[in-house]
Design a protein around this ligand. Structure first.
Ligand code: SAH
Length: 458
């Protein structure tokens, strides 16, 4: 017996794949089914068969898993952003811990047991940033929402449950106001119209709120009225900007910003570090969960007052700066110039006692690490927080040559973290702790903090 396309089969869901699909077995094949839950007994329609594995969709639920939740978002299926929306949160957290364990066991070939995944302090409305594409709905009214998975079709979504309520209120209000003032949404196919995206950002600790309208044109009609209406209705808004993106591109933001109201940035704090955020700054989207993550990184770094700390892939410097009061010297490296400028500004805002011991370099992590090593920098602790693709060997080799007492890796992708830890483990470092932490509830992403130290020492 084998499986064929369009066949309807009964399936018992046993586990979750790391993109959030349920997995069951039929005729010796693994069958991947989005929106299913371990413990579900379902009827599945096969949509694709690849011989050793197949993909299906839920046709009907025979017996729901006790971990299954009733749907609470009408846009969940077409949007696709929340692959875990239908599963109780404790099961999601357990699954994410298992993804990290699997990566370290299978890719890293480690026998260490990873720590249980830490839940996010908040599981709904946790994001401090949202970007809504703007278009027209089936009735021709201006709407904002999200792109349907892998497409540029807008799924209208008045209220995304990952975003603060006020983001939804502002977005709805803006769509009505655009309609009333004759401000046209941008049309991707013809390149006509103005408004492309509504970009919103808030400082969780300060309550400051930024509205950034991304437009294909450098000026909007009736801007004064728009700004006045918006500020009158939402007093929490502290700044409004127009970001100009005239390119035919998938990139949301352009380089050019015009401040329409307020200072053009908002303030926040992260682990006590004062932060100034413009529309282009990279900033963790779940502030309390990021603080939890960086708290673990600080614990693993276990800095001593005389220590030198090297923070590679430092972004706007948050991780290093949050530990700067506990060490003698901090060097941060980041490739994006604006982020480096922001890191310097954040250090300044912490006062001269801190800023005097900090240096931020704008460079590729590997190139800078090699150069710092040649200059004789011997950091006691190195923090690595690379993007998904992980570290390159130049970076890892330079770190090995600098021979820090401890290496703390913060990673948004378990597979590359496990690979890079194996590289370091084969060259003298021992994997001490692996702590998964959830920073993006309801989505497939999971963060990991790793501690490695010299084989002989602590
Ligand atoms: N540690 C920061 C940012 C982490 S995200 C924080 O917690 O906020 C990863 C960062 O690595 C991004 O800021 C990205 O711009 C930077 N980056 C990506 N490739 C890099 C490279 N080759 N060299 C240096 N930095 C790089």
């Amino acid at each position: 017996m084998s499986i064929s396309k369009n066949q309807i089969i009964p399936l018992q869901i046993e586990s979750l794949s790391n993109d959030g699909s349920g997995i069951g077995h039929y005729c010796g094949e693994a069958v991947f089914v989005p929106s299913s839950v371990p413990g579900d007994s379902i009827q599945v329609r096969i949509v694709k068969d690849c011989k050793r594995y197949a993909f299906g969709i839920v046709e009907s639920i025979l017996e729901p898993s006790p971990d299954r939740l009733a749907p609470d978002c009408a846009a969940a299926a077409p949007c696709g952003g929340c692959c875990f929306r239908h599963i109780v949160y404790t099961a999601e957290v357990a699954a994410k811990g298992q993804f990290v364990q699997d990566a370290f066991t299978r890719i890293g070939a480690f026998s260490l047991k990873v720590l249980p995944c830490l839940p996010s302090p908040q599981t709904e409305r946790y994001r401090n940033k949202a970007q809504y594409p703007v278009g027209r709905d089936a009735n021709g009214r201006i709407c904002a929402g999200f792109y349907a998975g892998r497409t540029h079709r807008i799924v209208p979504c008045a209220d995304c449950l990952l975003q603060p309520q006020i983001f939804s209120d502002i977005t709805t209000f803006l769509c009505h106001t655009f309609d009333a003032l004759g401000i046209e949404p941008y049309d991707e196919t013809t390149g006509s119209g103005m408004i492309r995206h509504i970009f919103l950002r808030t400082g969780i600790h300060t309550g400051e709120l930024m509205v950034c309208l991304v437009a294909a044109v450098p000026e909007l009609p009736r801007t004064q009225e728009l700004v006045q209406n918006l500020c009158a209705r939402f007093p929490a808004i502290t700044t409004i900007l127009l970001n100009v993106n005239a390119q035919r591109t998938n990139v949301i933001l352009g380089r050019e910003n015009h401040t329409l109201f307020g200072p053009g940035y908002i303030a926040d704090t992260m682990c006590g570090v004062p932060i100034r955020l413009g529309p282009l700054s990279f900033y963790q989207v779940n502030t309390p969960a990021a603080e939890q993550l960086y708290g673990i990184a600080a614990e693993y770094a276990a800095l001593r007052p005389e220590d030198r700390l090297l923070d590679l892939y430092c972004g706007m410097g948050t991780i290093g700066l949050s530990m700067a009061s506990r060490c003698a010297q901090l060097v941060g490296v980041e490739v994006i110039p604006e982020a480096v400028d922001a890191a310097k500004m954040n250090a300044q805002a912490m006062g001269s006692a801190i800023s005097a011991k900090c240096r931020f370099l704008c460079a590729d992590a590997g190139t800078a690490a090699r150069q710092l090593c040649e200059e004789g920098l011997a950091p006691d602790v190195v923090v690595l927080d690379p993007p998904r693709k992980g570290c390159d060997e130049t970076t890892l080799n330079a770190v090995l040559q600098m021979a820090p007492r401890r290496i703390v890796m913060v990673s948004c992708y378990p597979a590359t973290a496990a690979r890079d830890c194996r590289y370091l483990a084969d060259r003298g470092y021992t994997l001490r702790r692996v702590q998964p932490a959830d920073m993006f509830p309801r989505t497939k992403h999971v963060e990991t903090v790793v501690l490695m130290s010299k084989a002989e020492g602590k």
